[in-house]
Structures are given as C-alpha cells and as structure tokens.
Design a protein around this ligand. Structure first.
Ligand code: Q9C
Ligand code: ZN
Length: 342
C-alpha cells in the first residue's frame, strides 16, 4: 500500500485551543504525523510518495467558494490588524443572530466560518491545509489509476469541516474531497466509513442529501461527547440521501469487542449499499490511552478494524484523521493498515 505524505503539514502548528474555559496547548500537533510516518517506514507497508498539486476546483466541489476564499486570506486579514499570534474566533451566529450576511471584518468571518475555537489559523495554516487536501486527492487518484488501496497521511485532519465551516482541528474535509473526486472520475457509488472517535459531522452534512455517497460513523455518543450537535442514531439522510447515512453512537468506556460488533453493523450496511470504492476516515483516538477520548481500544483491536474493512473487498482509501496519544499513534495506524493488507 502506497502512503502519500508531505512535510508541508509542519507549516500548521497552532499554539492553543479553547477548552473548558482555558486556552490549552493544541492536541493536534506536527509530531503526530511524524510518528505515523516513522511507523509506516518501519512497517514495510510500502513506498512513501509526495502528493501532486490539484486545482482549487477539486476543493470547491465540496466546499463553498466563499469559505475557501476565507481560508486563503484569513491570516493576511488577521495580520493587517497588527496581530502576531494565532487567529481564533470569539463570537458565533447562534440562534437569534443573522447568518445571511457574511461579515467583512475578520473577527466576524472567523466566527461565521467556525463551529468552535479549536481551529487556530497561523501563517502557514492555509499552505498546510491545501497540501493535506492534495495528499487525499493524490490517494484518490491512485485508486482511480487502479491501485487496490492507498494511505493518505493527511494533517491537519478534515472530518469536522463542513461545506462552509471549520472546527475540531479541521479546515478542509479531506475525506469528502477525496470521495467527491472518486465520484467525478469513475466511481458511481462511494462509501465513507468514519472510525475516528468523534462523529464526522462535516462529512455527514456534506453528503446528507445524496444517495451516491454513503456515510457510516462509529463514535462517542454526542449526548456526552464532542461535537454534541450531530451524530445521533436517528440521522439517516434526507431526500435522495434517505437511508444513505448511518450513525453508531457508543458510550464512554467502549471496549474492543463492543466496538467491533458495532463495526460489523456498519460494514454490513456498506456492503448492502454496494460501493465501487471505500474511503475510511481513519482516526485512532479510539485508543485506550488517548488524552481527549473515552474508548478502550488497544493493539489487536486495530488489526481487527483493518481486517473487517478488507472484507468489503473494494478499492479503499485510508485518510488520516485524529489520534492524540502521540507516541502510540503510528503503531495503531499501522495496525489498521497491516490488518487490511494481510
Ligand atoms: N481538548 C479530531 O479528532 N475538542 N478532532 C475537544 C479536547 C475538539 C477532535 C476537546 C476535538 C476535535 C479530528
Ligand atoms: Zn477524533
């Protein structure tokens, strides 16, 4: 299995995110990708290659033009205020406020285009974010070219980013962009399986009214876990997308056997949908020692996740999402990938 990776991820290193009333050091840090890359190289999984550069139009197939334009210019607009630290939002258009008028001031734009304050924008954020999408698109292109699998070692992650919103360490939705690219270049039906600990709210929202892209997610129950406002079991899709969305919210403390039983359900749904290709939003923040999560997966559980995904027997693109136990993130990712390849 080929891995696609770029050093450009280092250009994004936020200082702090808002968490429980405090600015705390970002959990989403460059060393995450370094550990995954090291583990891939040691594993003998396959070659590591640099991404190709894709047109901006590949991004606006999924995201709105005004949102991409915001990401492109946000840092410069922030700097023009004389600020030198990271840009973060501090006000949001919640109930009772207008959201039909896109603001012109950067402070307004930051809130308008964000669901939370875990998305710092730094001088290098856009370059890293764009490159991360290129990594995913290059992986998708490998599947189109006939490869059975690829691993897009994306950073920053993407699954919390919606068509017009950033959040949860995510700016562009790499998995959604890759899935759309597969649709645009030959795949009639694509399934996205999201095994990150957190619900993939952005991906779900992007494809919610579509019947050509199935979305299934296993995650911490949003009643008690981020992102709180999406990811419940009764969200099944609308219109043409009716029946093409499936959520498996699971309680804190979920262990390997319980998780794998739910995964069997998701795999069965995907098999019934009959996708030409599969995209996996691969987060390993389900790990027992993850510092921000509450599942109890370990070691062989990750191998079993890979095996079950392989049972679908479809060309599969793995897209890196979360995982914050930095020292173990590489081992756990490689466990999934080798479980798939075995
Ligand atoms: N300090 C992904 O795994 N903040 N995003 C939770 C932790 C948001 C996680 C609070 C978590 C987002 C891609
Ligand atoms: Zn996550």
């Amino acid at each position: 299995m080929l891995t696609i990776y770029s050093d450009d991820h280092r250009l994004h290193h936020g200082a702090a995110e808002l968490y429980r009333g405090q600015l705390v050091p970002c959990f989403e840090m460059p060393s995450r990708a370094d550990h995954v890359l090291d583990a891939v190289r040691e594993s003998g999984l396959g070659d590591v290659v640099a991404p190709d550069r894709f047109d901006r139009t590949a991004l606006t197939r999924v995201h709105t033009d005004d949102y991409v334009a915001f990401l492109e210019t946000a840092w410069d607009e922030w700097r023009a205020l004389g600020e030198t630290g990271d840009a973060l939002p501090y006000v949001w258009p919640a109930r009772g406020l207008r959201r039909d008028v896109p603001p012109t001031h950067i402070d307004g734009k930051l809130g308008f285009y964000a669901i939370d304050a875990a998305v710092p924008i730094t001088a290098g954020t856009w370059a890293a974010v764009r490159s991360s999408a290129d990594v995913a698109l290059t992986g998708a292109q490998r599947l189109i070219a006939g490869d059975h699998s690829a691993f897009a070692l994306c950073r920053p992650p993407g699954h919390h980013a919606g068509a017009r919103a950033m959040g949860g360490f995510c700016y562009l939705n790499n998995a959604a962009i890759a899935a759309q690219h597969l649709r645009d270049h030959g795949a009639q039906r694509v399934a996205i399986l999201d095994v990150d600990y957190h619900h993939g709210n952005g991906t779900q929202a992007i494809f919610y009214d579509r019947g050509d892209v199935f979305f299934a997610s296993l995650h911490g129950d949003p009643a008690v876990e981020y992102p709180f406002f999406l990811g419940y079991a009764d969200e099944c899709g609308v219109g043409a997308g009716q029946g093409a969305n499936r959520n498996f919210p699971l309680p804190w403390g979920t262990t390997g056997p319980e998780y794998l039983a739910a995964l069997d359900g998701a795999i069965a749904d995907i098999a019934a949908f009959g996708p030409d290709m599969v995209v996996v939003s691969l987060g390993v923040d389900t790990f027992a020692d993850d510092p921000i999560s509450h599942f109890k997966l370990r070691g062989d559980d990750f191998v079993q996740i890979g095996r079950r995904i392989a049972s679908l027997a479809r060309p599969t693109l793995f897209v890196m999402e979360g995982g914050y136990a930095v020292a173990e993130i590489g081992v756990n990712v490689v466990a999934v990938l080798t479980g798939f390849a075995a």
